[in-house]
Write a protein that binds this ligand. Structure first.
Ligand code: KIV
Ligand code: ZN
Length: 392
């Protein structure tokens, strides 16, 4: 299907290799179970040559989830490819993902190799990987800073050698959407149906999700991403943002994924419990404030009709409910609703009195807790009990 987008999750590889994110093998297996439940299409479980732990994790994930597409990363050399193949030996649907840098800056300073040498090594690695499995992906590291004629030449060569997916990463998060889409469009035209074009964006300029989505219009059909956007430096493209952008704006993004979106928040929480940090509070989709409203005008609109201020239902991403945060910007409407919810219904006059006491407290604090609201509401209710009402 032309509009199906494959989600390649690299939380356990690119995500895990960043500061504060390392996971033990059992943690990786638990996280992999969540990712499988979430419905990711390909699960990159590690970089086997990098460490015994990575190799064991790829093996453990392959055994535990035999029906999943499990990928292992390898640089474009014999030792790496063989290590990946060995770690994947129990996978029923293995993918060897081999890569080499293609930009002149990497060739000159890092690899100290010519373009022809790099092309030959890429072809040799793909050819060797194909001896172990049918599903081989090639990544041209730093593709966005690579000269386009050379990028096309190497892409064609690896496909001729048997690569089924060609990934064109924005390794250093340097590209902007229009430019990335143009590059992807050029390579998609060159490769036609011979391979799936994949994108892999880093977030150094905060554009990873935007670049990934722009690439879809140009022909990319696989997106590499991570839960909570963890990954090298500023991170990788956040899976939850990409999936919900596609789901929410199908009018502009006529694509679909197989992600079960109700598992997005639980997956984010599980990851946060395993690594040293969670998403920032204002992080889209999974941050603590993503479905919270404090401003009075917003709370009032939301209480009258949810869609005035919410473009997604919290439950659709597994967040239990919208939070109305009561602080100095909140209005009477939300305060009255909270009192009803707390079992202390107030008259209009009582609510007016409470509102003044509440705002003077809220002015001095970052937020007002339910217990404080209850105490104030009871105080007002007992002072201004409507005439004829019986005392407690
Ligand atoms: O960012 C990158 O280029 C990578 C490759 C190894 C795919 O992570
Ligand atoms: Zn990366």
């Amino acid at each position: 299907m032309a509009d199906r987008v494959y989600i390649f999750d690299t939380t356990l590889r690119d995500g895990e290799q960043s500061p504060g994110c390392s996971m033990t093998v059992p943690e990786k297996v638990r996280m992999a179970a969540k990712l499988v439940e979430l419905g990711v299409d390909i699960l990159e479980a590690g970089f086997p040559i990098a460490s015994d732990g990575d190799s064991e994790a790829v093996d453990a994930v392959s055994r535990e989830f035999p029906w999943a597409n499990v990928a292992a990363l390898a640089r474009a050399n014999r030792l790496d490819v063989e290590a990946a193949a060995q770690a994947l030996r129990h996978a029923r649907r293995p993918r060897i993902h081999t890569f080499i840098a293609t930009s002149d800056i990497h060739l000159k300073y890092k690899l100290k190799k010519s373009r022809q040498q790099v092309l030959d090594e890429a072809v040799a690695a793909v050819t060797l990987a194909r001896e172990y499995c049918d599903d081989v992906e090639f990544s041209a590291e730093d593709a966005t800073r690579t000269e386009w004629n050379y990028l096309e030449e190497i892409s064609r060569a690896v496909v001729a050698a048997g690569a089924r997916t060609v990934n064109l990463p924005d390794t250093v998060g340097y590209s902007v959407p229009e430019e990335y889409a143009a590059m992807i469009g050029r390579m998609a035209k060159a490769l036609g149906d011979a391979a799936i074009i994949s994108v892999h964006c880093h977030d150094d300029l905060g554009l990873a999700a935007a670049n990934s989505l722009a690439a879809l219009h140009a022909g990319a059909r696989q997106i590499e991403c991570t839960i909570n956007g963890i990954g090298e430096r500023a991170g990788n493209a956040p899976l939850e943002e990409i999936v919900m952008a596609i789901n929410t704006r199908r009018d502009r993004l006529p694509f679909h994924t197989r992600i079960v979106t109700e598992h997005l928040y639980p997956a984010s929480q599980m990851l946060a419990s395993m690594i040293t940090f969670g998403p920032q509070p204002n992080k889209a989709i999974v941050g603590e404030n993503a479905f919270a409203h404090e401003a009075g005008i917003h709370q009032d609109g939301y209480l009258k009709e949810r869609t005035t201020y919410e473009i997604m239902e919290p439950q659709s991403v597994g967040v239990p409910e919208t939070r109305l945060v009561l602080g100095k910007h909140s209005g009477r409407h939300a305060l009255g609703k909270r009192c009803d919810d707390l079992g202390i219904p107030l008259t209009k006059e009582q609510l007016d009195t409470l509102y003044h006491r509440f705002t003077s407290l809220a002015d001095r604090k970052k937020g007002v807790r339910n217990e404080e609201i209850s105490a104030l509401a009871r105080e007002v209710a007992s002072e201004t009990r409507p005439s004829g009402a019986a005392a407690d």
